[in-house]
Write a protein that binds this ligand. Structure first.
Ligand SMILES: Nc1ncnc2c1ncn2[C@@H]1O[C@H](COP(=O)(O)OP(=O)(O)OP(=O)(O)O)[C@@H](O)[C@H]1O
Length: 347
């Protein structure tokens, strides 16, 4: 089921929580909205679920309008399932009962509801635990029961509000894989909100960066990472340094730039012209070599298969993050080459 938002705004007592948001989420997409605490993510989700009404704008599900001026389709008529941080399971009935119960209350016979519940529990790989009670499950398993219940309720769209926030880091990584597999199996359109950029990149088919009620940029995660539209997006997604540079010339989507005492070739958006600009350098775009810009290591952290280091390049005031394979020591000098980079569209 596709989700369409057009100019959606929601205000609370003078605070604009969601500010003219327009989004087009095709059916079957795993769409992640990422942004800092308080930027309006939960409100956006609640608007789509029907738990809030927009002050302005319209919301459509599968092309049919569900919210707009003088229109509010109630949550239970939207075929939208919501998975919150807290799982909202019934503690006194079994896993199977939790999934079957909504079907029975919707009029299905007990036997048919149990059969359907078994099918959905298989989708989330919980068949073996069907007879347990929620209290005897891990956080991740409870999360999966909540997902199975969404499926049982016929949700073709699933909204998830920071569902992994309460889990320990190891379980989070496992759950990320499971959520991806679940999405492949169910093909339900999924809107997932998180403040965690790593989680967002790991899960998203498409990603939207939200800030202060607005969507700053949306697109495939690779694109948002490699070609951020603004300094704010560049700073929120991934690591990197933003450096003032001089664009010397532009040919075929590449800019020749001067940084410190050397020149380099980097990617740039259409419309880039010679003059002052801002360069985004990701750690993997700066590599150690026999030649290149003289640099000095300021600090480093071991990451298992590489070192995250911070280096000062000759003639460049700002420190630059670098990814190194050999152990660097603070104070070491080396030479660094700029392999690539991205000129920001705005100055
Ligand atoms: N019912 C409400 N009444 C008043 N203000 C609200 C209400 N709901 C949200 N807000 C405000 O709207 C803004 C956005 O809140 P929202 O919960 O959507 O953000 P969020 O990005 O989901 O944050 P978090 O990640 O911390 O949950 C915040 O400033 C919040 O205080």
């Amino acid at each position: 089921m596709s989700i369409g938002l057009n100019g959606v705004t929601r205000r609370f007592a003078g605070k604009t929580a969601v500010d003219r948001v327009t989004l087009d989420i095709p059916a079957g997409t795993f769409f992640v909205v990422v942004g800092p605490s308080g930027c309006g993510k939960s409100t956006l989700l609640r608007l789509i679920a029907g738990l809030e009404r927009p002050d302005e704008g319209t919301i459509s599900l599968n092309g049919a309008r569900v919210a707009g001026p003088h229109l509010h389709v109630p949550p239970e008529d939207r075929s939208v399932g919501v998975v919150f941080q807290s799982y909202a399971l019934w503690p006194h009935i079994t896993v199977e009962g939790n999934v079957a119960f909504p079907l029975e209350t919707a009029g299905m016979s007990g036997k048919a509801a149990r059969l359907a519940a078994a099918r959905h529990l298989e989708t989330v790989a919980l068949t073996a635990l069907a007879a347990r009670r929620p209290a005897d499950l891990s956080g991740g398993q409870r999360q999966r029961v909540a997902l199975a219940r969404c499926l049982a309720q016929g949700a073709r769209t699933i909204l998830m509000d920071e569902p992994l926030a309460n889990l320990d880091p190891h379980l989070r990584a496992t759950m990320e894989e499971e959520l991806a597999a679940f999405h492949r199996n169910s093909a339900a359109t999924t809107l997932y909100i998180t403040h965690d950029q790593h989680e967002a990149m790991a899960l998203a088919g498409r990603i939207a960066v939200m800030w202060d009620g607005r969507i700053l940029q949306s697109g495939p995660p690779e694109e948002v990472y490699a070609r951020p539209a603004t300094a704010r997006v560049a700073g929120f997604i991934g690591k990197g340094a933003l450096l003032p540079v001089e664009v010397l010339s532009v040919v075929g989507g590449r800019a020749r730039i001067r940084l410190g005492g050397t020149a380099a070739s980097v990617a740039c958006p259409d419309g880039t012209s010679p003059g002052p600009a801002q360069l985004l350098l990701r750690p993997e775009q700066v590599v150690a070599g026999d030649d290149g810009i003289p640099a000095r290591i300021v600090s480093r952290t071991f990451r298992g298969n590489h070192w995250d280091a911070v280096a000062l390049l000759d003639g460049v005031a700002q420190p630059v993050p670098v990814s190194l394979t050999d152990r660097p020591e603070p104070g070491d000098t080396l030479r660094l080459n700029i392999r690539d980079g991205w000129i920001l569209p705005e100055v």
